[in-house]
Write a protein that binds this ligand. Structure first.
Ligand SMILES: Cc1cc2nc3c(=O)[nH]c(=O)nc-3n(C[C@H](O)[C@H](O)[C@H](O)COP(=O)(O)O)c2cc1C
Length: 248
């Protein structure tokens, strides 16, 4: 089994690892120009952005050639999955990818302009992440056929979200504190090489809004506009090194 994943703060990488099999980072595959995959089972694991599939994942799926009798998708999210499963199905249909299984799993919400990370961590036990992960892993193990359904209304909202949130220069929302020591972690965790550290990070204009730079900064020196806490989040089962390897 091959799993193709995208992650900024480790949730989706953790899910990919928990499914078993080999796992490959989508940003890295894009950088290396690798788009052909064949296996008995192939999975796509990604964080849900603005109720849908992140643009970087969609861009990858527009090019990829998958040969498998069982293709599955799993979206990780924090509060509201919106129409992400429908969006993935639609991207698949446009690109000749037939999904047998699409599901979503609630985890910690890393969207700092919306949530205080300390409060998010307090909610973790109620989300029953491990139980849900076991269920999904069992489904994949048994090659279960299932597509999580969302309403047309949720899809309409997703399209509006996409127009609103992606139509802006997000890089203007970052500020860097004097505690930055120029360690370049932000540069290395950025999935699209959008950050260049001279003395301090300089943000270019291809930001995917993933917040990997903000959450993974060892100095907590990067802030994003309207952030709800100084606390940051990275999945406890994933190391900074793994995120660097995935996105560098
Ligand atoms: C730009 C952005 C948009 C997001 N939009 C949503 C959303 O619409 N609904 C939701 O529940 N979580 C949303 N989230 C939270 C992430 O989907 C969630 O924390 C995910 O598990 C992060 O995965 P990762 O750790 O692999 O990056 C968003 C996060 C970011 C950075």
């Amino acid at each position: 089994m091959k799993i193709l994943y995208f992650t900024a703060t480790g949730n989706s990488l953790y899910v990919a690892k928990r499914m078993g099999g080999e796992y490959y980072s989508i940003p890295k595959l894009i950088k290396e120009g690798k788009y052909d995959f064949e296996d008995e089972k192939i999975g796509i694991v990604f964080p849900i952005y603005y109720s849908g599939v992140p643009q970087i994942v969609e861009k990858f799926l527009n090019k990829v050639k998958l040969k498998s009798n069982y293709i599955f998708g799993i979206g990780t999210y924090g509060m509201y999955a919106g129409a992400a499963t429908r969006h993935l199905l639609e991207i698949g249909e446009r690109n000749g990818i037939t999904f047998s299984y699409i599901n979503e799993i609630v985890m910690i919400d890393n969207y700092l302009p919306g949530f205080d990370m300390n409060k998010e961590l307090e909610k973790e036990p109620k989300k029953k992440i491990e139980d849900n992960l076991r269920e999904i892993a069992k489904d994949i193990g048994e090659a279960k056929k299932y597509i999580k359904k969302h309403s047309f209304i949720a899809d309409g909202l997703r399209v509006l979200n996409e127009k609103y949130f992606y139509n802006q220069h997000f890089e203007k929302n970052f500020t860097v504190k004097s505690s930055c020591n120029g360690c370049k972690t932000c540069e290395k965790v950025c999935p699209v090489d959008n950050i260049e550290v001279q003395n301090q990070p300089v943000f270019k204009n291809n930001c995917q809004q993933c917040l990997a730079c903000v959450h993974n900064c060892p100095q907590r020196a990067i802030s994003v506009k309207k952030e709800k806490s100084e606390a940051r989040f990275v999945n406890q089962n994933i190391t900074l090194k793994e995120i660097i390897v995935a996105n560098n």
